[in-house]
Design a protein around this ligand. Structure first.
Ligand code: HEC
Length: 173
């Protein structure tokens, strides 16, 4: 009996170490092929999105029902206004928590924070979402490293990020 406990935990750990990368690569593989064909305008953002975001939002940004919202139209709309651009930077830097509505559907889980990624990587990741996934119109300016740095200088929490979303989504969050 004494040996079974630790042995079982070892097996569980081993299985988990194997299963997590396998699931991630299964999720990422079809999108990698699709976007290779389309050659993304933001290749660094594409790589970062697949590594950091696709596990929840899906490799092509379609989201997961009831878990993570689609990123296929709202980010492009946000990118067209000053407060919306701030919202995008705040969301990736500090995450978001609390009920939100996207396309009449509710989501209420934790978006993790990605402050560990540098400003250039976060800007490229958002530009991949806004331009490669959402096809924002040409008069929308790409997000800059400076815009990310400006929000990094004033830390807030995920609840405040949700509060700020009220100023960019009519009737939101
Ligand atoms: C662990 C799962 C998870 C990961 C990984 C993740 N997200 Fe999210 N994301 C969420 C959830 C859940 C929400 C909604 C949060 C809420 O309900 O308040 C969200 C919300 C968002 C929003 C706001 C959408 C809106 O309409 O306001 C954006 C933008 C976003 N994520 C982008 C990203 C990007 C870019 C990455 C990678 C750097 C990423 N997410 C990684 C789960 C995730």
């Amino acid at each position: 009996m004494r040996r079974r406990g630790p042995g079982a935990r070892g097996v569980a750990r081993g299985a988990l170490a194997w299963a997590v990368p396998a699931v991630v690569s299964l999720v990422a593989a079809p999108a990698a092929r699709a976007a290779d064909a389309a050659s993304p305008a933001y290749p660094a953002g594409f790589g970062s999105f697949q590594a950091n975001c696709a596990v929840c939002h899906g490799p092509a940004g379609a989201g997961l029902p009831a878990l993570a919202p689609p990123l296929l139209s709202y980010p492009a709309r946000y990118a067209a206004s000053v407060e919306g651009r701030r919202q995008l930077a705040l969301t990736v830097l500090y995450g978001m928590v609390g009920d939100i509505t996207v396309d009449d559907k509710h989501y209420n889980f934790q978006m993790p924070e990605f402050a560990r990624l540098d400003d250039a990587t976060l800007a490229a990741t958002l530009n991949f979402v806004v331009f490669d996934l959402d096809h924002a119109p040409a008069d929308v300016k790409p997000l800059t490293t400076e815009e990310i740095a400006a929000e990094r200088a004033h830390a807030v929490d995920g609840a405040a990020v949700r509060e700020h979303r009220k100023s960019v989504v009519p009737g939101g969050p």
